[in-house]
Design a protein around this ligand. Structure first.
Ligand code: PXP
Length: 246
């Protein structure tokens, strides 16, 4: 089955809007796991705009599935990852003014720095994924610096407003996933995925994990987090079943 990782940053966004204790991303994580998600994802940003260090510490204690820490490739975050020991680190680009992660990491440009961080985390038995655009040159560079896992940025697919554009972007994701698998890499995907656009990405056999945040938390506001997670799991499982019949 394709695994679902639920990003809970926006539970913390709501909490930070009032600076209090509610809603707590930690108790949300427990409900998400009991609803059938295979992982919890958080992005500890350098500006701490949503997830806080306290959340990460508590999540490490209570998450029983898989804790994926998204972080910028900077020494402050590497030290936190080494201290906390998440199941996976996902290296993402980070710009202070952005609303959300815009685009994948430029592995070609930051090759040497990323290689060092990857080696350091691997040496300390932390698995590392690199968030990159569906671009064969970036995937080649990721392989060259020793990445074993990539997460393909699905933002351009999610933001395509025409059927044709969506088909082209979906093809890019598929070709990138195939390209990465040929190097023996594990492939995840995420960003901008929602209840309407998930099926054709979830139907790609080479993608083993989907990481979804905003759409699930938005739906949870309407129907509750457990139902929101179950509905997304159902769509992913149905796409998985169809691809195995094909
Ligand atoms: N994967 C990565 C690496 C991300 O940075 C994000 C956004 O935090 C997501 C997945 C989830 O994106 P969305 O909130 O649009 O579902």
């Amino acid at each position: 089955m394709t695994r679902l990782g639920v990003n809970i940053d926006h539970v913390a966004t709501i909490r930070q809007a009032r600076g209090g204790r509610e809603p707590d991303p930690v108790s949300t994580a427990i409900l998400i796991e009991s609803a059938g998600a295979e992982g919890i994802v958080v992005h500890l940003r350098e500006d701490r705009r949503h997830i806080q260090d306290r959340d990460l510490k508590l999540l490490r204690e209570i998450v029983t599935t898989h804790l994926n820490l998204e972080m910028a490739p900077v020494s402050e975050m590497v030290n936190i990852a080494l201290d906390i020991g998440p199941d996976l680190v996902t290296l993402v680009p980070e710009r202070r003014a952005e609303l959300t992660t815009e685009g994948g990491l430029d592995v070609i440009k930051h090759r040497d720095k990323l290689r060092k961080i990857l080696n350091n985390l691997h040496k300390n038995n932390i698995r590392v994924s690199i968030f990159i655009d569906p671009d064969s040159k970036q995937i080649e560079a990721a392989n060259e610096i020793g990445a074993k896992i990539i997460e393909i940025h699905t933002g351009r697919y999610a933001e395509s407003h025409t059927k044709e554009g969506q088909i082209i972007e979906r093809e890019n994701i598929l070709n990138s996933a195939l390209f990465a698998r040929n190097f023996g890499m594990n492939v995840s995907a995420g960003h901008g995925l929602n209840y309407r656009n998930i099926t054709s990405v979830a139907a790609i056999k080479e993608i083993e994990e989907l990481n979804i945040g905003h759409s699930i938390i938005s739906r949870a506001v309407m129907v509750g987090i457990e139902r929101a997670v179950m509905e997304m799991k159902k769509l992913i499982n149905e796409a998985y079943a169809v691809r195995h019949l094909a």
